[in-house]
Write a protein that binds this ligand. Sequence first.
Ligand code: HEC
Ligand code: HEC
Length: 235
Amino acid sequence: MLIFALPVLLAAVLGATPSGAELYAQKCASCHGAQQWGSPDGPSLRRVGLADVDFYLSTGRMPAAVPWIEVEHRDERAGQQLPLAQIRALEAYLAPVVAGGPALPQVVAGRNADRGRELYAVNCQQCHGVGGTGGSIGRADWAPALHAATIEEVADAVRAGPGEMPRFGEQQFSQSELDDLAGYVLLMQSGQPGSGIPSSSTGPVPEGALGYLAIVVLIAFVFGFWRRESGGRSG
Ligand code: HEC
Ligand code: HEC
C-alpha cells in the first residue's frame, strides 16, 4: 500500500519540478547522450563525480547553450543557471552514473585563517592571484576571479578540478584543510584576508606593481633632478 502511495506523495511534495530524468532528457541529453556516454557535442559524464556535476551546474557553466562553448565569464553566464531544485533533481538522477569520480564535498568555513592563507598561497595563488582576483594562465587560458564563488563551489572546484585547474583529492587536502582553505577564500571575498598576505607570488599582480614602482621611481628621479636644477638657479 505504502509502496504505491509513495510516488504520489513524492510528486506532490516536489510540486512543479520535473524529474531528474525529464530534465536530463530536455537539457543535457542532446550533447551528453541519452546514456551519458557523450556525443560529438559534449563529453561523457560517466564517472566524472558529483562534485564535478555540482560545480558545472551551480556555477551556471552548464547547461551549455552552444556545443563546446563553455561560457566562462560569470556575468555572461547569469540567466543560464538552473533553479536549485532542478540542480538537485539532476544530481539525484545522475548520481549512479557519475559515481567513481570525486564525491560531493562537505564543507564548513574553517577558522584557522593562517593555515587557509598558507594553503591558498601554495596551491591556488599562482593561478587565481593574490586576493583571488584571477589572472591569465598561459597563452589562451585564464583563471577566474574567486569573488563570486560560494563556499560549496570552492569545495567542488578543489575536489573536481575543472578545466585547466588541477584536482586536489583527500591526499592533498584533508577535510579540515579544505575547510580552512574555503574559509580563507570567503575572507578574501569580504576583503579581510588577515594580516600578511605573502608577497612572493609570481602572479600578474606583483608584476604589474613592479611596473608601477618603476614609473614612480622614474618620476621621483626626474622631479628631484628638476628641483635641484631650479633650486640651484633661484638660490
Ligand atoms: C550544447 C551542448 C551541451 C549541453 C546542452 C550540456 N552540456 Fe555539459 N558539456 C558540454 C561540453 C562541450 C562540455 C565540455 C566543456 C569544457 O570542457 O569546457 C561539457 C561539460 C560538462 C561537464 C564536465 C564534464 C567533465 O568532463 O568534467 C558536466 C558535469 C556537464 N557538462 C553536465 C551537464 C549537464 C548536467 C547538462 C544538462 C543540465 C549539460 N551538461 C548540458 C556540452 C553541453
Ligand atoms: C593551474 C591553475 C589553477 C590552480 C592552481 C587553481 N585553479 Fe581554480 N581555476 C582555474 C581555472 C582555469 C578555472 C576555470 C575552470 C573552467 O571554467 O573550466 C578555475 C576555477 C575555479 C573556481 C570557480 C570560480 C567561479 O566563480 O566560477 C574556484 C572556486 C577555484 N578555481 C578555486 C581554486 C582554489 C581554492 C585553488 C587552490 C586549491 C585553485 N582554484 C587552484 C585554475 C586554477
